[in-house]
Design a binder for this molecule. Structure first.
Ligand code: LLP
Length: 438
């Protein structure tokens, strides 16, 4: 019988030893060779996801647009290079992300710089690195950017971040499109219109388009279509009232991915087709040029490409309560269960074909009761030394990792065909104390 995870993990399989296969690689061998905890990144899968976005833009919008990898989902020099090679742009949100991409040789004119509180230093760095567009969040940032751009003798291209007032029915922490959000300017109270009017009087910024991002982990096309409609109406208004030509429509990211067999996200092509059709229809109705269309997928590019491998330590059955299985990582490398009760599928990489016998709770090693990776997971008989694999950890795991309890962050190994290569070194205790001054 096929394990349930086969349904949503097209890059995973079980080999003749009954071990989990990631791409062409035996997960148990990877754990042996590189140690655990280990982030495994199936680079072929990441590339396939990039290509699906590119293809969909080609097919449904004549290639009149680009997908930008929201690198907050996974930002390393390696992923920057893969993103560039696949022809995607990038969304960056901090000086650190700008710097990482720049040092990796990313074509910075294809980067959009986000963030609700960019500092003057970050703005300078981004201009110096040649970031293509700023997604301006507020009036304070706008004035500061205009001033810095003037000092540097440049005219910076910008888009404003708009709150379109669309509710995307996801966890409160990852909703961003409604008026009560720290990001951007709202449509419904006239703020968005006002900042565009104000920007017309500034000499060192040039408004190229509009941006919105409604939420993360959205499973239906509906909220994207609603956002597209609201934003197209706004583009029409800007043109009519102020003569502003918003040539770029950036609808953000948020495409949901499957974390277990119950999740059924739309295929990427389907989201993009429906949004593209909506935009074409409204453009025709309102006599507008078709805008250059941008999406910013993060999760949908890397989530499925990631698997985290752990070694099982203590197994603690508590009669009539539950069984805790402790692994050699936890909230330091994956804080998402603690933060969002995020779902994950876990299995034993060295017993991938064995029958599940009982539910367990997977616990991390931090000094914190909430440090769990998942609860109520059906597992085969477990023993110390088993290799536990958590699937779908490519997005927002490494990028949200911490050194809580002074635990070094894991290494990351990238798989491409038969090749495997460390792309992020395992942290050492020396790394942990590097910035301490006694
Ligand atoms: N564009 C903007 C402006 C964003 O704020 C985000 C995500 C994205 C694109 C990419 O969204 P995605 O396609 O990855 O859903 N830490 C949370 C997710 C926070 C997302 C923040 N912004 C998590 O672990 O679920």
């Amino acid at each position: 019988m096929q394990p349930a995870w086969k349904k949503f993990s097209e890059n995973l399989d079980i080999n003749e030893k009954g071990h989990l296969l990631i791409g062409q690689h035996d997960a148990v061998e990877l754990a042996k060779e590189f140690g655990t905890p280990l982030y495994v990144l199936d680079e072929d899968m990441m590339r396939l996801c990039c290509r699906r976005f590119n293809q969909a833009m080609q097919e449904h919008y004549d290639g009149n647009g680009l997908c930008h990898f929201a690198c907050k989902a996974l930002c390393t020099m390696h992923t920057a290079r893969v993103t560039a090679e696949e022809g995607l742009g990038a969304d960056v949100v901090s000086g650190g992300e700008v710097y990482t991409l720049y040092k990796a040789g990313f074509p910075m004119e294809k980067a959009y710089f986000h963030g609700n509180n960019k500092t003057a230093d970050e703005i300078e760095l981004a201009i110096d690195c040649g970031v293509g567009h700023f997604i301006v969040d507020n009036r304070y940032e706008l004035d500061m950017l205009n001033e810095i751009a003037e000092k540097k003798g440049v005219v910076q291209k910008i888009l404003f971040r708009i709150k379109p007032g669309v509710d995307a029915h996801v966890h409160e922490f990852v909703k961003t499109g409604q008026i009560d959000s720290k990001f951007g300017v709202a449509l419904e109270n006239g703020e968005a219109e006002e900042i565009h009017r104000y920007a017309l009087g500034l000499k060192n910024v040039q408004v190229d388009g509009v941006h919105c991002h409604i939420a993360s982990g959205v499973f239906e096309a509906g909220p994207f279509l609603e956002a597209a409609e609201v934003m197209m109406d706004f583009i029409a208004k800007l043109k009519e009232k102020y003569g502003i030509e918003a040539k770029i429509l950036n609808l953000g990211g948020g495409f949901g991915v499957a974390y277990d067999e119950e999740d059924e996200p739309l295929p990427i092509g389907e989201y993009i087709k429906q949004v593209a059709d909506t935009i074409k229809r409204i453009a025709k109705e309102k006599g507008l040029e078709l805008p250059y269309l941008v999406f910013e997928p993060g999760r949908a590019i890397v989530a499925q490409a990631g698997v985290t491998l752990y070694t099982v330590g203590g197994v603690k059955p508590i009669e009539n309560v539950r069984t805790y299985v402790s692994v050699d990582g936890g909230m330091g490398d994956n804080p998402r269960y603690l933060m969002y009760q995020a779902k994950y599928t876990a299995l034993l990489a060295n017993k991938a074909a064995e029958e599940n016998v009982a539910p367990v709770t997977i616990a991390g090693k931090c000094c914190e009761s909430g440090d769990l990776i998942q609860e109520h997971v059906m597992m085969p008989e477990l023993k110390v030394g088993d290799i536990l694999a958590v699937l779908g950890t490519g997005a927002y795991n490494y990028s949200m990792a911490s050194n809580y309890n002074r635990i070094p962050r894991p290494a990351m190994v990238a798989l491409r065909g038969a090749e495997k290569r460390i792309v992020v070194k395992r942290e050492t205790y020396e790394d942990i104390i590097r910035n301490d001054i006694i």
